[in-house]
Design a protein around this ligand. Structure first.
Ligand code: GLP
Length: 233
């Protein structure tokens, strides 16, 4: 499968991606999966400052840490702080994960059902330093569905960087199979630290050891990379 790689200078990255995201969300009825973390932060800030409007859009949160609700490192808290709280109005609908339920398997099933109702028009993703997408850690099968996952040590460290005061051992995530059913996928990658893993994902073998390598199976994927992240392509 082919994929588009759009390489942008670091200083234009947020503006450009926010602009195309705004074009997309100006179309009513969009169903979007959104990630959290450091990569989308500047895009979200620019999108919100530029009048981004999700009032016609249903938003699904990509993944969630098994952390006590309310803490700053929770993905729902990050999405709120980085994007939703900056908008003039909330999205038409926001679908997040209840990690406090005793039946997490049922919760993941609910997420699959909600997505299946109309599919995802666009999944925005980041990539972890170990090649994960969402919380699909190395070893995740290409046909994986939404589920509870054990976190890789690097992902647990990531949670600490996001301000977690406890170390999450697990998370819930849309599966790779779930994400590959989205009509379009955009992978956002910035910074030199991600150059090696991005090259592996796009040019190395397709393998569960680098979950992002499976994105190449999708027919409509755009990789938005800044020059540093694209330096090994
Ligand atoms: C985190 C999240 C992913 C995110 C990735 C990269 O652990 N689970 O959804 O895309 O790792 O994060 P960052 O953008 O902070 O490098």
């Amino acid at each position: 499968m082919s994929f588009n790689v759009r390489v942008l200078s670091a200083d234009r990255f947020a503006d450009r991606v926010a602009m195309v995201l705004k074009e997309r969300t100006d179309e009513p009825g969009q169903r979007l999966c959104l990630p959290t973390g450091s990569t989308p932060k500047p895009v979200y800030a620019t999108y919100a400052a530029g009048g981004g409007d999700l009032t016609g859009t249903t938003v699904f949160l990509l993944d969630e840490f098994g952390l006590t609700p309310g803490g700053p490192a929770r993905c729902d808290a990050m999405l709120d702080a980085d994007l939703l709280a900056r908008l003039a109005a909330p999205p038409a609908r926001l679908v997040t994960w209840d990690t406090t339920t005793p039946d997490l398997t049922a919760e993941c099933g609910r997420m699959e059902e909600e997505i299946a109702e109309g599919g995802l028009d666009l999944a925005l993703l980041g990539i972890g330093m170990n090649g994960h997408i969402g919380m699909n850690e190395p070893g995740s099968p290409v046909d994986s569905r939404s589920r509870v996952v054990d976190l890789h040590p690097a992902t647990v460290e990531g949670a600490a960087r996001y301000g977690a005061d406890e170390a999450p051992a697990w998370g819930v995530t849309l599966g790779i199979g779930t994400l590959l059913e989205s009509r379009s996928i955009w992978l956002l990658v910035t910074g030199s630290a991600k150059a090696e893993i991005l090259a592996k994902a796009l040019k190395g073998p397709e393998t569960p050891q680098v979950p992002a390598s499976f994105l190449r199976r999708h027919g409509d994927i755009t990789v938005w990379a800044d020059e540093e992240a694209a330096s090994q392509l």
